[in-house]
Design a protein around this ligand. Sequence first.
Ligand SMILES: [Zn+2]
Length: 162
Amino acid sequence: MSERIAAESYGFTRDQYRLYVAIHELGHAVAGISEGYDYRKVTVRLDGGHSRTRGSAYPSWWGKKERIPQLVSLHGGFIANEIYLKRNGLWDPRRKELAQGNARSDYSAADNLKPSRRETEDAIFKARRHLERHWTVIDYAAPELAKKGQMSFRQLRSVPGW
Ligand SMILES: [Zn+2]
């Protein structure tokens, strides 16, 4: 889906959509960092600029010990979007479905970890708690990420609100 079509389906301008994707990626990063995952090698990135906005906030390699932090991080993207939409009075069934669609690859990556139902519920609970606690970090970092397209761990860690 092109960025323009994606933005239109949400009823967003392209700039608003870019901010929204930045929030999704920061949700992954903040949830993972809060779980103690070592994100030093991670760069939060938005690719494509005008034609597409896609992001990545995953380390290239996860160890076995990071299975639960990874699960929490994977759920952080959708939850960040949910919190953002709800706080701004933008949450509705259509946008919920779109946000879930945006998280499809996150959910399939989570499935690959073969979590129990209990582990999934715990991961969702933890991700939501981390993001609510550190929402000022996301609020502060998202416009900067949307503008620059990239943010290193060090830059993210230097944002106030941790
Ligand atoms: Zn995601």
